[in-house]
Design a protein around this ligand. Structure first.
Ligand SMILES: *[C@@H]1O[C@H](CO)[C@@H](O)[C@H](O)[C@H]1NC(C)=O
Ligand SMILES: *[C@@H]1O[C@H](CO)[C@@H](O)[C@H](O)[C@H]1NC(C)=O
Ligand SMILES: *[C@@H]1O[C@H](CO)[C@@H](O)[C@H](O)[C@H]1NC(C)=O
Ligand SMILES: *[C@@H]1O[C@H](CO)[C@@H](O)[C@H](O)[C@H]1NC(C)=O
Ligand SMILES: *[C@@H]1O[C@H](CO)[C@@H](O)[C@H](O)[C@H]1NC(C)=O
Ligand SMILES: *[C@@H]1O[C@H](CO)[C@@H](O)[C@H](O)[C@H]1NC(C)=O
Ligand SMILES: *[C@@H]1O[C@H](CO)[C@@H](O)[C@H](O)[C@H]1NC(C)=O
Ligand SMILES: *[C@@H]1O[C@H](CO)[C@@H](O)[C@H](O)[C@H]1NC(C)=O
Length: 232
């Protein structure tokens, strides 16, 4: 009967999709696609944020000391990879886009080569691991956008880990610059304000610190407590 044949075809397609991930989802066999975005605003100027994150080799803000990171080319340049070892894993991240204009925005995208996080029993690689920083509040504050499109052996677990790592990174930049939290443009201490020609309105998608906190699941936090130092 026709209906039976259709049903069998659908079931077969489903089985094929499960058994050959590279055909069905764009990831290598055994890997599944995921994406994660962290939006986080710090009440510090673009220049202040760049003083912390504007050197690709220097990921002190992400927990890896300067001398533990090596480059295979010119700093802050497309094609250069940074390499560091952490928790027994070998991390290689190769720049595909790099733009750091004087008044922003900052746009840095890299490829993440295959890594395994043993504590989590998960492997991840990413063709697109991007960080943008955009000045807001007439330059008095800066909004991070960490977006990663990845393939992982467990996509939900990987997404949770990556989210927590990126959120922790953004929070650490704020701590390095003085530890103030962003709530709105009007409440930023005037001393940090500058007169750049950046947009003055606060985009509605800004996620406040307190809202960001709620996005982090407790299991991910416990897991990541042992993983700080990853600069993914
Ligand atoms: C998955 O499909 C691709 C493309 O058709 C093929 O090259 C590959 O051998 C398949 N892998 C497995 C494990 O079947
Ligand atoms: C690396 O960045 C930190 C700020 O995060 C800064 O204090 C330190 O001097 C920088 N190290 C080098 C070698 O540039
Ligand atoms: C640095 O390493 C990456 C990753 O292996 C590679 O794609 C890139 O071509 C290398 N760049 C240079 C300048 O050697
Ligand atoms: C964050 O950046 C990604 C691309 O990297 C973009 O697709 C997304 O719209 C951005 N999100 C916000 C809220 O700006
Ligand atoms: C680790 O993950 C793989 C698949 O990604 C799974 O087959 C294996 O059972 C997992 N091991 C443990 C100890 O959970
Ligand atoms: C992925 O990880 C989550 C969280 O650890 C776990 O609950 C789930 O069973 C895992 N999925 C697979 C397919 O291993
Ligand atoms: C900023 O937020 C963090 C995390 O919620 C909190 O621990 C810290 O006390 C806050 N700092 C200030 C100055 O309010
Ligand atoms: C900053 O200055 C404006 C006026 O220039 C004032 O209205 C506002 O209260 C000041 N904010 C703080 C936090 O001092």
């Amino acid at each position: 009967m026709r209906h039976s044949n259709i049903a069998i075809a659908l079931i077969a397609a489903g089985v094929a999709a499960q058994n050959n991930a590279s055909t069905a989802n764009g990831c290598n066999d055994g890997f599944y696609p995921g994406t994660d975005t962290v939006i986080f605003t710090v009440p510090y100027t673009y220049a202040q944020v760049m003083s912390i994150i504007g050197d690709y080799k220097n990921i002190t803000w992400s927990g890896s000391p300067y001398d533990t990171v090596t480059l295979n080319g010119t700093d802050n340049t497309v094609g250069t990879a940074r390499t560091y070892d952490i928790d027994g894993a070998h991390v290689v991240e190769t720049i595909t886009t790099y733009s750091k204009s004087p008044n922003g925005p900052y746009d840095e995208i890299h490829v993440l080569s295959l890594i395994t996080i043993p504590e989590a029993n998960v492997s991840i690689y990413a063709d697109y691991d991007g960080t943008t920083v955009t000045p807001i509040c007439s330059g008095a504050a800066s909004t991070f956008n960490f977006t990663i499109n990845f393939c992982a052996t467990n996509a939900s677990l990987a997404g949770s880990i990556l989210h927590t790592l990126h959120l922790t990174d953004a929070q650490t930049v704020g701590v390095f610059l003085g530890g103030q939290n962003f709530s709105s443009c009007g409440t930023i201490a005037n001393a940090t304000a500058t007169s750049t020609s950046s947009p003055t309105s606060t985009p509605s998608m800004i996620t406040t610190n307190s809202a960001n906190r709620n996005l982090v699941s407790t299991p991910a936090l416990i897991l990541v407590a042992g993983l700080l130092g990853w600069a993914l």
